[in-house]
Design a protein around this ligand. Structure first.
Ligand code: ADP
Length: 447
């Protein structure tokens, strides 16, 4: 087992990892930027080291600062969290070459799944259904048109090295294709340093359903059910729930089997997520695999009772999965609402600055994962996620009631957050009946 873990992240996920490490009896090191000197995660770690200035490129993305911090503190493992360096294969390689364990899958797996075209190829070869579209990178309108001849409009152009919902363009006709191709390439180059694109059939009003998997280094692998992440804005998740109200047990089983098939094909080791799109006719297709812990992992923890962070650490330390597939039992229903420091009334504009006062809900079946507190200053440099509220019920109806109660108790002043929007969603007739899709949010706001 590791003796000391350095957490190469910030915010709520840093707090979450530090808690897991402490429960495992492992010493911890927090790293922080100058803008995060008053961040809660520092208080939860045994040691804390400043790694640079506020902008992420000068701190949380600065590999040499992070590796130096690990060496100075004699840390034997690094947990990357999500975002920042979590899916950077180069970082995983550097950790290994410095004799530091990277808590995640192999650099090869990260690289393979990070290249969306290679990921699609690999899954197709493994027999997993993949969204119809390109087999290779497309550079020209002619190449795109050739594929579209087979799959038809509408299509979605995506960045091959993409992520975070960035650089996607929906095209309904030849005319929009010509204009979108160039802008998508420019956007992809700016965001990911790679202009490479691919094209996929654009599924109308699908649901985003993902399967959580866990695999150890001894050849054992399980899935931990699904999460429905269809409430999104700009292709970014806002509300997630498990189980999905959209699938029956047969589809659930098939999705789980395909997720495992894909992960086995690449000899995956660690926790990970296989994302699918489910169309209106009940067909589902592989979209991508995320080789890290996800923001929405708590809902899986709530319905399975498995601590995914501890599991991820134990797997990286070479331990065997403590259960088999038949031991995984799903109990009740969990919903997560993301609290972003954004103003839904102003087109979700970020609202950084000081939080004068905050009070979090509690009571039975309510979990709050956050790093904010009264008097905290939200720095302008990072993601706007300031916390997550997770409600659990014996069934979906009860989970919604509990989430409504929790959101009603929440106070964050004067910062504008997505809480009110989430409450609106909980009261919505379509959400209540579970009949929603990735375009759900459009009825509340113009996205
Ligand atoms: P990223 O990695 O940037 O988050 P994803 O490929 O995971 O991008 O897609 C994010 C979201 O975009 C999906 O959850 C879905 O809402 C939408 N999307 C992606 N591909 C398609 C598609 N082929 N058809 C319809 N919607 C899509």
């Amino acid at each position: 087992m590791f003796s000391k873990i350095l957490v190469a992240n910030r915010g709520e996920i840093a707090v979450r990892i530090l808690r897991a490490a402490r429960e495992l009896g492992i010493k911890t090191v927090a790293v922080y930027s100058q803008a995060d000197k008053n961040s809660l995660h520092l208080a939860f770690a045994d040691e804390a080291i400043c790694i640079g200035k506020g902008p992420a490129s000068q701190s949380y993305l600065n590999i040499s600062s992070i590796i130096s911090a690990a060496e100075v503190t004699d840390s034997d493992a690094i947990h990357p969290g999500y975002g920042f360096l979590a899916e950077n294969p180069h970082f995983a390689e550097i950790c290994h070459s410095c004799g530091i364990h990277f808590i995640g899958p192999s650099a090869e797996n990260i690289r393979l799944m990070g290249d969306k075209i290679q990921a699609r190829k690999t899954m197709r070869k493994a027999g997993v259904p993949v969204v119809p579209g390109s087999k290779d990178k497309i550079d020209t309108k002619k190449e795109a048109a050739k594929i579209i001849k087979d799959i038809g409009f509408p299509v979605i152009l995506k960045a091959k090295s993409g992520g975070g919902g960035k650089g996607m363009r929906i095209c309904h006709s030849e005319i929009s294709l010509a204009a979108s191709l160039h802008t998508a390439q420019t956007e992809a180059e700016a965001a990911f340093g790679d202009p490479g694109l691919y094209v996929e059939k654009y599924l109308e009003d699908p649901r985003h359903i993902e399967i959580q998997i866990a695999a150890d280094s001894h050849g054992n692998m399980v899935h931990l059910g699904e999460r429905d992440c269809s409430v999104q804005r700009n292709h970014q998740k806002i509300i997630e729930e498990s189980p999905s109200p959209a699938i029956d047990s047969q589809t659930r089983k098939k999705m789980g089997q395909f997720a495992l098939k894909g992960a086995k094909a690449i000899h995956y080791q660690s926790v990970g997520t296989v994302e699918f799109l489910l169309d209106k006719d009940g067909h589902f297709y592989f979209m991508e695999m995320n080789t890290r812990i996800q923001v929405e992992h708590p809902i899986t923890e709530e319905v399975t009772g498995v601590d995914l962070l501890k599991l991820q650490i134990l797997i990286a330390a070479g331990e065997k999965l403590p259960f088999r597939q038949s031991d995984i039992k799903f109990r009740g229903h969990a919903i997560e609402c993301r609290l972003n420091a954004e103003d839904p009334k102003k087109n979700f504009m970020p609202s950084p600055g000081k939080i004068d006062f905050c009070y979090f809900p509690g009571g039975k079946d309510i979990r709050v994962d956050t790093h904010i507190y009264s008097g905290y200053h939200i720095p302008p440099y990072y993601d706007s996620l300031i916390g997550k509220i997770i409600a659990k019920g014996d069934n979906r109806k009860e989970a919604i009631i509990k989430m409504k109660r929790a959101l009603g108790e929440l106070l964050i002043e004067p910062t504008k957050t997505t809480a009110e929007f989430c409450l609106q969603a909980m009261n919505d007739a379509d959400f209540k009946t579970g009949k929603y899709h990735t375009g759900f949010i459009k009825k509340f706001i113009d996205t």
